[in-house]
Unconditional design. Structure first.
Length: 263
């Protein structure tokens, strides 16, 4: 991967379910694509919600990320187009739910995804967004080992920061043992309700603890955002003028600006 620094691989991770990981992978991906970047969303969650949310019928998922990681099938044979220009998907099915058990006995168990991506041309994409499962299992570790950075969706709720500290510990371990270059891309507050005192308190605590790692953009609680997946399209296509669309466009812009300032 070091010979392709222009393809940026981000693991979208948080071991807690229901915090907006898949929503972020899909809609940040669509926003980056709208901004002219070529994006691959890689579905690494056995629930396959990113695949469904981008319009891939389960019957069309002949080859999946399971085949990529465990059977060495080239990425190019797995990737499918979406309804969004410049946005593609590497789909998943429930087959992945057995991957963790199968990976345990493999001597290169945490490097399989990294090796699979190194085999295949990533140069076609500017960004690869890996939608991780809601646990710190071997699939999530594979994503962290393969990634340049981790993007953390954080729901503004009680105990949010406690869960985050566990993720940070895992990230440090991966850095020490398998991927020394891994960093945190940023933390994005999701399901944010500015009228809710608890949301404001969590935001304040997060910014005090993590400083500039927390994106300025906050993704609001938004009915349109939660409706879009049932139509199997990103929020930008479902309701381009909604608060959810504006938030993910802003997040993409903020992320791209950060990249420029770090370049």
């Amino acid at each position: 991967m070091s010979d392709r620094p222009h393809t940026r691989i981000l693991a979208v991770a948080n071991q807690k379910g229901g915090v907006g990981k898949t929503t972020t992978a899909i809609n940040l991906g669509a926003s980056l694509a709208e901004a002219g970047r070529r994006v691959l969303v890689m579905d690494l969650d056995p629930q396959g919600n990113a695949s469904t949310g981008l319009g891939v019928d389960p019957a069309a998922r002949d080859l999946t990320t399971y085949d990529l990681i465990l059977d060495g099938v080239p990425l190019s044979e797995i990737v499918l187009p979406t309804s969004v220009e410049r946005l593609e998907i590497a789909p998943a099915t429930t087959d992945l739910s057995s991957a963790d058990v199968e990976l345990v006995s493999h001597e290169k168990r945490v490097f399989l995804l990294k090796d699979a991506l190194a085999q295949d041309g990533l140069a076609h994409w500017d960004y690869v967004l890996i939608d991780c499962p809601p646990s710190l299992n071997l699939l999530t570790i594979n994503a962290m080992v393969a990634a340049h950075a981790v993007l953390v969706p954080l729901q503004a709720e009680f105990y949010a920061l406690e869960g985050l500290s566990q993720l940070m510990r895992t990230l440090r371990e991966v850095r020490q043992t398998a991927n020394p270059g891994l960093r945190i891309e940023g933390v994005v507050l999701t399901m944010y309700d500015k009228r809710n005192n608890l949301c404001q308190q969590v935001e304040q605590d997060a910014r005090e603890t993590l400083g500039d790692l927390v994106f300025r953009t906050r993704v609001p609680r938004n009915v349109r955002l939660s409706e879009a997946p049932s139509y199997a399209i990103p929020i930008l296509q479902y309701d381009s003028g909604s608060l959810g669309s504006m938030a993910y466009r802003n997040l993409a812009r903020e992320m791209l600006n950060r990249q420029l300032s770090h370049a």
